[in-house]
Design a protein around this ligand. Structure first.
Ligand code: NAP
Length: 321
């Protein structure tokens, strides 16, 4: 079955975080009438945070879900058509490109991939319940809310130490909880963390549970020694989970070039290894991972797609294609 009666769209956007929605706003204003698959969990990672204070234009801050609703409304205003469902397969080996939802096939001359990345979680039931209420996966986003209180960070990589160092600006103390007795993080980050008087380490422990106070905010964690199994409680007002991210790229394996961690490789802006397919936001960025950088790259992807569709004016194919 062919979706939209076999019509070939100018552009299909997959993903509805800040990258995808910004791409939709720009593509819509360029009269490309984008079709967006916004996914079963629309709005991306910002829908999992509470207040966003670092997105320009909101001097009083804005709730993550509200920001995403505003972006969606703006994309809709310029003609974006939304399908609130996941894409199940793509075929970028032939043109027009095929984007599948179950047995429905949608055709497009260009595709913008903005499927984002997911923070790895510990898998504790309380973790999901307390996300945005003291459990966080982003110190840059949420650290400011924890002034003068003790915090914990889980993980032993660069992200964990970067989060811990950042959080020392606000917290009274930051305890890094790591499941081994040596860190995976780079030496320089280790040196910085060890030299910071506000950072403590507890080695060979895993987080077993997260506790809330009467207001429903994180008040402590239970940690267990991996060698002895002994448990104890640590009173903290926040738990930052920094055990890595997974790019949402399973759909594109074998079709788009990816790096060793599974992130889509982009060159010359947002161009992927397949001309006509563009990638923006966290799916191609493991370094900055901010709403504003994702939005910026979404704008770039729409402009790159527009130039590609115009017939290569200003379009540079990535090297090797
Ligand atoms: P990572 O290097 O994969 O480290 C993940 C850490 O989390 C590891 O210490 C791991 O423990 C721990 N971990 C994983 N699953 C866990 C679980 N279920 N429970 C408890 N602990 C768990 O990830 P990352 O720190 O996000 O870094 C990703 C990449 O980005 C790295 O290449 C890093 O160098 C880079 N990065 C660089 C910077 C920087 O240079 N400033 C900043 C951030 C990230 P084990 O060690 O026992 O496996």
């Amino acid at each position: 079955m062919t979706g939209t009666n076999g019509a070939v769209r100018e552009v299909i956007i997959i993903g509805s975080g800040p990258a995808g929605l910004t791409a939709a706003i720009y593509a819509g204003r360029a009269n490309l009438k984008p079709l967006m698959f916004e996914g079963a969990q629309a709005g991306g990672q910002l829908t999992l945070t509470s207040e966003v204070e670092n997105f320009p234009g909101f001097p009083k801050g804005v709730q993550g879900p509200e920001l995403m609703a505003l972006m969606r409304e703006q994309a809709g205003r310029f003609g974006t058509e939304f399908i609130t469902d996941d894409v199940t397969a793509v075929d970028f080996r032939q043109r027009p490109f095929k984007v599948m939802r179950g047995d429905e096939v949608y055709l497009a001359k260009a595709v913008i991939v903005a499927t984002g990345a997911s923070a790895k979680m510990l898998g504790l039931p309380a973790e999901r319940q307390l996300l945005g209420k003291g459990v966080s996966t982003c110190a840059t986003c949420d650290g400011f809310f924890f002034q003068g209180v003790p915090l914990a960070v889980v993980g032993g990589g660069d992200s964990a130490l970067e989060e811990a160092l950042f959080l020392t600006k606000f917290a009274s103390k930051v305890t890094v909880l790591h499941r081994r007795d040596s860190l995976r993080a780079s030496k320089i980050m280790q040196e910085r963390a060890f030299a910071n008087p506000k950072i403590d380490f507890i080695w060979n422990v895993v987080v077993r549970d997260i506790h809330a106070n009467d207001a429903g905010q994180v008040a402590g964690v239970t940690i267990a020694d991996v060698k002895t199994g002994a448990t104890r409680r640590l009173d903290v007002a926040g738990l930052f989970v920094a055990i890595g991210h997974t790019p949402n790229t399973a759909l594109f394996v074998g079709q788009l070039e990816m790096d060793e961690r599974g992130y889509i490789v982009t060159r010359h802006g947002t161009r992927t290894s397949v001309p006509g397919v563009f990638a923006c936001g966290d799916v191609q960025d493991h370094e900055y991972r901010q709403a504003i950088t994702a939005a910026g790259s979404g704008c770039m992807a729409a402009m790159d797609a527009e130039r590609y569709l115009e017939g290569t004016a200003g379009y540079y194919a990535p090297s090797g294609t």
